[in-house]
Design a protein around this ligand. Structure first.
Ligand code: ZN
Ligand code: ZN
Length: 413
């Protein structure tokens, strides 16, 4: 039934590699059992001694001894896994091309598409061994860990899935940036200018939030994904701003989010606050980054002592439900394209007034430059409060009161 002369030219081989040549035949058997089955059939049907071609796994000319190394690979993976707390895993293998090509040649003698790839046998049997010894479940779709066994060099590379924690943050401290800001002189290495911290600002919303998470999850590093950001000197009030904190290569994955939030909030009271924490899939990061919405701001504006509240109210009234044209402000023009954007101002109202100072509440379309809406930026924003009251106005304090997420849309460009 098979070309024995041809088969003979590939010998000696291990019983597993023989069985794998018809690996897609006979459910419920492993490749060793399939190999034995073939030996029996050959004995009955052919006047040959296929059995003489079978050798120990270490001498196999098909797999080059890899099948005999499976126990060893299992131990290597287990050792690496022992440093992490994992619920699910997947195994991948890298096998030398020469072995893969030889296998295809060998299997073609037994007929097309009956054979199983050595990689799939290795993945399966290493996986079963790891499961039996660790109790960690195998999972194909986004497991906690993927172990890539490189059989060419006897190494294992672990890909540990990041943890993604979504929440809302408030920022009360008007001196900290949203994310870590590496020192411009040393690029984060540490120098005299930054007091060897590597950071331009010692703290950030990111660092204050991440601190406890890093400590408890024993992660290598964190990334911070905010739904937009406020200026360094602006507070973020109201229900807060959505963010996703990404913890990379966490050694512990079971986190008591309520406890961590309480801990962070009491340690950094008056600076930040985090609420509504939950574990989310990676896809939330892109969703968050691509969402924009209207915002409400509270601003303190210094004005000429000659200006009356009536004039300011009139100016604010004319900016309500109005579209302004904003050319990219001078303060950001070095890093943003110079464009003119129309922006809708939903409303601007005067909340309080003393001579020389007015407090405003403004609700506006996403991407509105509020400082320039007030100052006019030398005519680059038109109209502006300064223009309408015919006197210079300047934002002194700017806080975000609310993000209107119920009114959100997808970002376009
Ligand atoms: Zn073999
Ligand atoms: Zn530095």
């Amino acid at each position: 039934m098979f070309d024995f002369k041809k088969i003979e030219s590939f010998g000696p081989f291990c019983i597993s590699c023989l069985g794998r040549a018809v690996g897609r035949v006979g459910f419920g058997l492993d490749n060793r059992e399939r190999g034995l089955e073939m030996l029996n059939q050959f004995e009955l049907q052919e006047d040959t001694v296929l059995e003489d071609l079978i050798c120990a796994e270490s001498g196999c000319r098909i797999c080059d001894g890899l099948i005999g190394d499976i126990e060893n690979f299992i131990e290597m993976v287990l050792e690496d896994f022992s440093k992490f707390s994992l619920s699910t895993f997947k195994i991948g293998t890298i096998v030398d091309n020469e072995i893969l090509e030889k296998e295809i040649e060998f299997q073609s003698v037994f007929g097309e598409e009956l054979g199983e790839s050595i990689k799939s046998q290795l993945n399966r049997e290493i996986g079963i061994g790891v499961y039996n010894k660790s109790g960690i479940d195998a999972l194909l779709d986004s497991p906690d860990a993927v172990a890539i066994v490189d059989t060419r060099y006897d190494t294992v590379e672990l890909e540990i899935r990041s943890l993604f924690i979504e929440g809302n943050y408030n920022k009360f401290d008007r001196t900290i940036p949203q994310t870590r800001w590496p020192c411009s002189s040393c690029k984060g290495v540490g120098c005299r200018k930054c007091n060897n911290t590597g950071q331009l600002y010692p703290d950030s919303v990111q660092s204050l939030i991440a601190e406890k998470f890093l400590e408890i999850s024993l992660s290598d590093e964190d990334l911070f994904h905010g739904m937009g950001r406020e200026d360094i000197d602006a507070a973020m009030l109201g229900a807060g701003r959505p963010f996703v904190l990404e913890l990379r290569r966490p050694k512990r994955r079971e986190l008591d989010l309520v406890n961590i939030a309480e801990d962070a909030n009491s340690s950094h009271k008056d600076r930040i606050k985090i609420t509504n924490l939950k574990i989310v899939p990676r896809s939330r990061v892109a969703q968050l980054k691509n969402t924009v919405c209207e915002k409400t701001y509270r601003v303190d504006v210094s004005v000429s002592r000659e200006l009356s509240i009536e004039s300011l109210k009139k100016g604010a009234q004319r900016l309500s439900n109005a579209v302004v044209e904003q050319r990219t402000p001078t303060r950001v023009s070095h890093r943003r394209a110079d464009l003119v954007r129309p922006r809708l101002i939903n409303y601007m109202t005067v909340k309080s007034f003393v001579k020389g100072m007015v407090e405003l509440e403004i609700r506006a379309q996403h991407g509105t430059y509020i400082r320039e809406l007030v100052s006019g930026d030398g005519g680059r924003t038109d109209p502006s409060l300064s223009l309408l009251v015919d006197s210079p106005c300047k934002v002194e304090v700017l806080d975000v009161l609310n993000l209107h997420l119920d009114n959100s849309e997808k970002k376009n460009g």
